[in-house]
Design a protein around this ligand. Structure first.
Ligand SMILES: NC(=O)c1ccc[n+]([C@@H]2O[C@H](COP(=O)([O-])OP(=O)(O)OC[C@H]3O[C@@H](n4cnc5c(N)ncnc54)[C@H](OP(=O)(O)O)[C@@H]3O)[C@@H](O)[C@H]2O)c1
Length: 342
């Protein structure tokens, strides 16, 4: 098999193509031939070596991928050769409350990820992908998609007619916008340019605010909601946006803490949080069962994730650079199909 590995440390200078023996599945395992991988912001954090002490090298990067079953272990009953599947982001969390070893089960660090031609996974961690999706579209779902799903499902599912504010137009945000619209919600989005605003409008956003032109966007959200504020914020900004999200929220509203692209240390004016009776709920991707539920909803609504670029396997470092530049719109993917396979 051929795979990319942060071999002697992190940083793109240490990301190298390696060759090795294709692993054999144990009795409860499945051998996949990977076809596609998708990048998340988290993969940049891992690439920079900033994901904490538990994530070490050598490491095969990326958590989100799609592959075809090419061999099954003797005890595997649920999957057959030819099935198109994704491994769940958390390999130790099937459903219900997260286990105490949750963090140890993440693909793409600390566990080896999917930027490889072949990999073995326990059959119990796999999920069939919706047939109507391309490999690239389906590859966006295990982390980015499930996170968007959790952000709209916890602590209680979004209801039709509610107003959701989604910050930014990254991988998680775009899926949250599509899922929220499909649920019958009104969706407000903040973004950084007129060009992105136009693209988000095509996804069905009811109001798009240019955060550069309108830095105090909470006022615009309140005006749009008749002074009440929004029901839910999908908070992806972090330090620099959290206070605006509080101001944009209605009394009894919920802020789903998902991301921290602007920094880790947020300052909150607590009287506003307290008097608005806000719920601050964090999410950490979601379980394998959440991926199953997401796939069902995607299939039902025929939602198509937005894919920006698919890089060939041998250009994987360029995919990291593309995501880091922040210039695209939609998920950045890498084909795992090897040139020699054609
Ligand atoms: N908790 C979890 O389980 C979980 C799971 C997945 C991701 N995350 C986190 O969620 C965040 C987004 O992840 P992603 O993979 O979707 O990232 P991504 O695809 O890299 O997108 C990041 C987006 O953030 C927006 N942004 C940048 N600067 C901003 C600012 N100053 N204010 C508001 N928005 C800003 C940009 O959109 P515009 O230019 O359009 O504004 C950009 O497209 C990251 O912090 C990631 O670590 C958390």
């Amino acid at each position: 098999m051929r795979y990319w590995s942060f071999r002697d440390g992190f940083g793109l200078e240490n990301l190298v193509v390696c060759e090795g023996e294709t692993p054999q599945p144990g009795p409860d395992e499945v051998l996949l031939e990977l076809s596609m991988a998708s990048l998340n912001y988290r993969d940049l954090v891992v690439m920079r070596g900033q994901h904490g002490k538990a994530v070490t090298t050598p490491l095969i990067p990326l958590s989100d991928g799609v592959g075809k079953v090419i061999e099954t272990g003797s005890a595997v009953e649920d999957f057959s050769v030819g099935d198109r599947v994704s491994p769940a982001f958390f390999q130790h969390w099937d459903g219900g409350a997260p286990p105490s070893n949750l963090e140890r089960g993440r693909l793409g660090g600390p566990l080896d990820g999917v930027l490889t031609s072949h990999a073995v996974f326990p059959a119990r961690t796999l999920v069939r992908v919706p047939e109507y999706l391309s490999d690239a579209e389906a590859a966006t779902l295990p982390c980015a998609g499930v996170t968007a799903w959790s952000a709209l499902s916890e602590p209680a599912p979004l209801r039709p007619g509610e107003t959701v504010l989604v910050l930014g137009t990254g991988g998680v945000a775009l899926l949250a916008i599509s899922l929220a619209k499909a649920s019958g919600a009104r969706v407000i989005v903040t973004t950084s340019s007129a060009e992105r605003a136009a693209q988000v409008q095509k996804l069905g956003a009811d109001l798009v605010i240019n955060r550069n032109a309108v830095p105090n966007w909470s006022k615009t959200v309140r005006e749009f909601t008749g002074g009440a504020g929004c029901d839910r914020v999908v908070e992806l900004g972090g330090a620099a946006t959290l206070m605006e999200s509080v101001k944009a929220s209605k009394i009894g509203g919920t802020i789903i803490l998902v991301g921290n692209v602007t920094g880790n240390n947020a300052e909150l004016f607590l009287p506003l949080v307290l008097t608005r009776r806000l719920t601050l709920q964090s999410v950490s991707v979601g379980s394998r069962q959440a991926l199953v539920a997401l796939n069902r909803a995607m299939d039902h609504h025929q939602i198509r994730p937005v894919v920006d670029t698919v890089f060939p396997f041998d250009k994987a470092p360029d995919a990291f650079r593309a995501l880091e530049s922040g210039g695209g719109f939609g998920n950045v993917c890498i084909s795992c199909v090897q040139e020699t396979d054609h």
